[in-house]
Design a protein around this ligand. Structure first.
Ligand code: ZN
Ligand code: ZN
Length: 437
């Protein structure tokens, strides 16, 4: 085709949805998005204490033309843009950071000190990369506003509080996210990944993250002198037995094809060599995918704690107290299979097969699945965007056990690649859902 014909075609046909114009536009935004990223990185805030962050980002969404509501679910932000008839799509980014002392040595590393809920001071760091999520969130909003003539429907973009503690999604839902604002039929979120090289997208159809339950066991005995064990019911020995018997929940009681984890992360008891204490406190994290496996584990923990106490001859009024911390539970995120597979195809077509992969499920928690859990009218997918700098990936031959993980004080993703890739992926996913009929 000669040049004149090409020009004529460009003037009469709508712009084809090819990759180059979008990535060029994102490239032009990157300097500004990286400045925002570094600012966010240097100002991390703990879960449910986000105040500076939403105050920075909400006006940016307002300036882009969204109708913005703050303080949804305590600190969350809901930005709505109605752009003609069509479906409602929700995009979510999370805002919170972790009580971790940053050790990356980055020039914009956090030096901030926050406060745990009991008032204890703690260093705070964006060690999970939620700062990349927020920078990409603004990048995606900018692109979708600039391309408003190419989509039709309602775009709901939310900045969620408290992901790390599993509270934020529930808090926003309880505060009327789906009643005060348009309820979506599709939800997308992404998370940066320490398991993939920078710029590679991972999607997991079906379960992608696990049910996470925290369980406390107060093992009660009868204390006394360390030299007179016959006059006591030693809770240290009893708690030790409980810890060992708990191992059989995963190894003997559940179907080996169903993943599960029971980890005793804390074992606290006693004060001195020659004193048998009255009690011991165990703290567990319990992980699963299927609801029936979750129930088997939680019921089994209560049964084993009580059974071992009976075997140890503990009096009835000193049976262990098992507490499932309901306010710290995160349900598994199950990516709607049809949507996740469609997203895989879409990303493969756009980024190429070498930048798109199916990732195995993980036993970590992510509360984004709450937005579509138990509601078949909402489809959702959380996808991963690789953040491991390519040189670091190559240096270990892709063995990520040799590299910092998410939540590590050393986690320093290739933020520029994460933000650019995620912005492009979110934008094409949104345009796909909201395409003009
Ligand atoms: Zn995290
Ligand atoms: Zn996270």
């Amino acid at each position: 085709m000669n040049r004149i014909l090409l020009l004529a075609a460009a003037m009469t046909l709508p712009t084809p949805a090819s990759a180059a114009p979008l990535s060029d536009a994102i490239h032009a935004d990157m300097q500004q998005l990286m400045t925002l990223y570094r600012t966010l990185h240097a100002h991390p805030e703990l879960s449910m204490q986000e105040a500076w962050t939403p105050a920075l980002l909400a006006p940016k969404m307002r300036n882009l033309g969204f109708t913005v509501t703050e303080h949804v679910g305590k600190t969350g932000v809901v930005a709505v843009m109605k752009n003609g008839p069509g479906p409602v799509l929700m995009l979510r980014a999370d805002m919170d950071a972790l009580p971790v002392k940053e050790a990356t040595g980055l020039p914009y590393a956090s030096t901030l000190i926050g406060k745990l809920r009991d008032g204890t001071p703690t260093p705070v760091m964006h060690a999970c990369g939620h700062d990349t999520h927020m920078a990409s969130f603004i990048g995606t909003a900018q692109r979708l506003v600039a391309m408003k003539d190419q989509w039709s429907g309602t775009l709901v973009m939310i900045l969620q509080s408290g992901e790390e503690t599993g509270e934020g999604a529930k808090a926003m839902l309880d505060d009327g996210l789906f009643t005060r604002f348009p309820k979506p039929s599709t939800v997308f979120a992404f998370h940066d990944s320490a398991m993939l090289p920078a710029g590679v997208i991972g999607v997991t159809p079906g379960y992608t993250t696990a049910n996470v339950d925290s369980v406390d066991i107060l093992v009660r005995g009868v204390g006394g002198h360390g030299a007179v064990p016959q006059a006591t019911k030693d809770p240290i020995v009893l708690a030790s037995r409980i810890v060992l018997t708990l191992q059989t929940l995963v190894s003997r009681e559940k179907n080996p094809l169903d993943p599960a984890v029971v980890t005793v992360g804390s074992f606290q008891g006693g004060t001195k060599n020659n004193v048998i204490p009255d009690d011991v406190k165990l703290q567990l994290t319990v992980r699963s995918y299927k609801p029936e496996v979750r129930k088997l584990l939680l019921d089994g923990i209560a049964r084993i704690a009580r059974g071992e106490a009976i075997a140890a001859g503990v009096p009835d009024d000193r049976m262990p107290v098992v507490t499932v911390l309901a306010n710290q539970a995160t349900p598994a995120t199950f990516n709607t299979e049809k949507l996740a597979n469609h997203a895989l195809d879409l990303f493969r077509g756009h980024f190429g097969a070498d930048r798109t992969t199916i990732l195995p499920p993980l036993m970590v928690g992510e509360d984004v699945g709450r937005y579509w859990l138990d509601d078949p009218s909402v489809a959702g997918t959380l996808f991963w965007v690789g953040g491991v700098p390519q040189a670091k990936w190559d240096a270990v031959g892709g063995d990520t056990t040799k590299l910092p993980s998410l939540h590590s004080a050393l986690w320093a993703p290739d933020a520029e690649t994460v933000i650019a890739t995620a912005t492009e992926a979110m934008t094409i996913a949104a345009l796909d859902v909201l395409k003009k009929g």
